[in-house]
Structures are given as C-alpha cells and as structure tokens.
Design a binder for this molecule. Sequence first.
Ligand code: 5GP
Ligand code: MG
Length: 183
Amino acid sequence: MRILVDKKHIQNRIGDVAWEIDRHYNKQDWYKNTKEPVIVLGVLSGGMFFMADLVRQLSIRTEMDFIRVSTYPGKATTAQKPRIIVEPTKLLHNAHILIVDDILDTGKTLGCVKEHLLYPHFPIVQFRPASIQTAVLLCKPGKAVNNMTADFVCCGIEDEWVVGYGLDYNGRYRNLPYVAVLE
Ligand code: 5GP
Ligand code: MG
C-alpha cells in the first residue's frame, strides 16, 4: 500500500476548506438574516469520515443528516447507475444543503444525489431545497460526466483506485487515517 495523502495534509486541507465554506455561507443574505442552519448531508458510508472532521472545523450553524447511495461492488467502475437506498430523515423543502462525500470520480453519485434532492417527487416540483452546495475530500480530474464538479474540494488526485479515510475496497480499509493506493 502506498500512502498518497497523509493524515496531516488531510487535516490541513479540511481546515482550509472549512474556512472557505464558512466564508461562502457568511456572505449569503439568508444566512445573515435568518437563524436557519446549513443542512450538512453526508453520503453514507464513505462520506461520514470526512463529514465528521469537516463539521468540527466549521463555525457556521449546521444540522446533520445522511443519505445512502448504492455503491459499486468492489472495484467495478462504469456501467452501474447509482440509486438512493436510504432517504434523509429531515424535510428538505426550502433547506440550504451542503452535500458531503468522500470522492468525486465520474460525478454520477453526486449527480444522483443532487437530482434526487431537486426532484424528489418529479414531476411535482413544489418540494425543493433552497440551495445545494457540494464538498468532497478527493477529486479525480477529467472523468466527470455532465460537467459535474464539486464546489469545495480538499485534494485533487490522479486516476488511481484509493482506499482509506472512508474509501473502501470490498468493505475494507475505510478506517485508515490516510488515503492510499492499493498495489
Ligand atoms: P462517482 O459516482 O463520482 O464516479 O464516484 C463516487 C463514488 O465511487 C464514491 O463515493 C466512492 O464510493 C466510489 N469511488 C470512486 N473512486 C473511488 C476510489 O478510488 N476508491 C474507492 N474506494 N471508491 C471510489
Ligand atoms: Mg461513496
């Protein structure tokens, strides 16, 4: 196993990104003029490690919720279409949502979550969040479909299969405190 991003670098970058997120929301009129929290929506299971560290570095008002998306078994990458398998528990109508996931690769997962939040009862469109932002720990460049990007990214990495810090290989290695390439 080769360490790609070590623990200290991850923590430093999460601190930087938390600062950017604070700054983004502190500038929004709704944030200044109401007492509403930002709903930090973690994508289970991989996103919860990054989320736990991120929220503890944020100064803005937050509440937390989770969504579970079907993941690729093992190392398979393409063809499968992600689907929502556990819904958030909060009513997200008019909410300001920050989606937090481990990695942006093809962008299908974030795309699926975003679309689901925007059109949960399509074609009845009365139920809509007020805003959606996205934050990921890692981003692999150049592979995203539909121009999917994340608003906040901690580290860009090469196109290699990584594990650790939430990312697994057949269910293992999620708890590693660093990001590594399986060899
Ligand atoms: P996307 O839908 O953007 O292609 O990929 C997002 C999801 O695929 C991530 O949430 C993660 O579950 C999985 N994934 C993508 N790349 C990797 C990787 O390098 N390692 C691991 N363990 N999972 C990955
Ligand atoms: Mg995932």
